[in-house]
Ligand binder design. Structure first.
Ligand SMILES: [Zn+2]
Length: 256
């Protein structure tokens, strides 16, 4: 069974710092391949306390969309867990150059544990076991950031990680299942906020028209507005299936 399990749905500083939602990222499993996406603070604990527990030593790789702390806080401990404490050199780490080179978020010694490091670049194709995927254009975000299109069957999964809205965004992510990081309920004036708001999400969904949209990575204003209420309103307004992810939510990728 192919699935995504959300081990955290927190986005941005306050929801993470207060752990109003968990911030562990997500586990993607397709065929015999397990890929961890954005191991934020608590990823290891959330894996082990998951029911049933997810064993990080079964991971084939870890993918980091960008180096911000809410995405990378547990990256080193997850590398250790994937490699049996560094005793088994294995797994692939995918990360943008900016997370690897200047002010890296991975320790040098931990990097020595992984079998292979693949640098994420714009518009590039990758494959890990049963999971082929590609990056799209570089996101508008303070760190070098890439969203991902997972080319898996029966439904493609597109993942719009942190970014400021830009007009081409909906065309870049055409998966039947569309996961969107939506930190803010409302847009914030002229401030250079580099996260999406619900207004942006509406624009994306009207164009992309996915079979299923999943909202996640919630900031304070989204939490206060109750993400499941916001999702239900969007669903009604747009006539598309929209759900709000919750911590521990498991999505069967064949039964959407
Ligand atoms: Zn970010």
């Amino acid at each position: 069974m192919s699935f995504i399990k959300f081990l955290g749905t927190a986005g941005a500083r306050f929801v993470v710092m207060k752990q109003l939602r968990a911030s562990g990222g997500a586990w993607l499993s397709v065929g015999k391949t397990n890929l961890y996406i954005d191991p934020g603070p608590g990823a290891l604990v959330r894996c082990l306390h998951s029911k049933p527990a997810l064993d990080p030593s079964l991971l084939n790789g870890i993918l980091l969309t960008h180096k911000h702390l809410d995405h990378s806080g547990d990256i080193n401990v997850m590398i250790e867990a994937m490699t049996d404490g560094g005793f088994k050199k294995r797994g692939v780490l995918f990360a943008p150059a900016d997370a690897l080179e200047e002010d890296p978020v991975m320790f040098k010694y931990a990097m020595g544990y992984v079998e292979k490091v693949q640098v994420l670049k714009e518009d590039s194709q990758y494959q890990i076991g049963d999971i082929p995927f590609s990056t799209a254009r570089k996101h508008r975000h303070r760190a070098e950031t890439y969203g991902i299109n997972f080319k898996i069957s029966p439904y493609g999964v597109s993942w719009i990680t942190d970014t400021k809205f830009f007009p081409e965004l909906p065309n870049l992510y055409q998966g039947e299942i569309l996961i969107i990081h939506v930190v803010r309920l409302k847009p914030v004036g002229d401030e250079p906020i580099d996260h999406l708001s619900i207004e942006d999400v509406k624009m994306i969904l009207k164009k992309a028209k996915p079979k299923l949209a999943i909202l996640t990575h919630f900031g304070m204003t989204m939490i206060k507005a109750k993400p499941w209420v916001v999702a239900a309103e969007l669903e009604k307004e747009l006539g598309l299936k929209v759900i709000a992810a919750s911590d521990g939510m498991k999505l069967d990728l064949e039964e959407v």
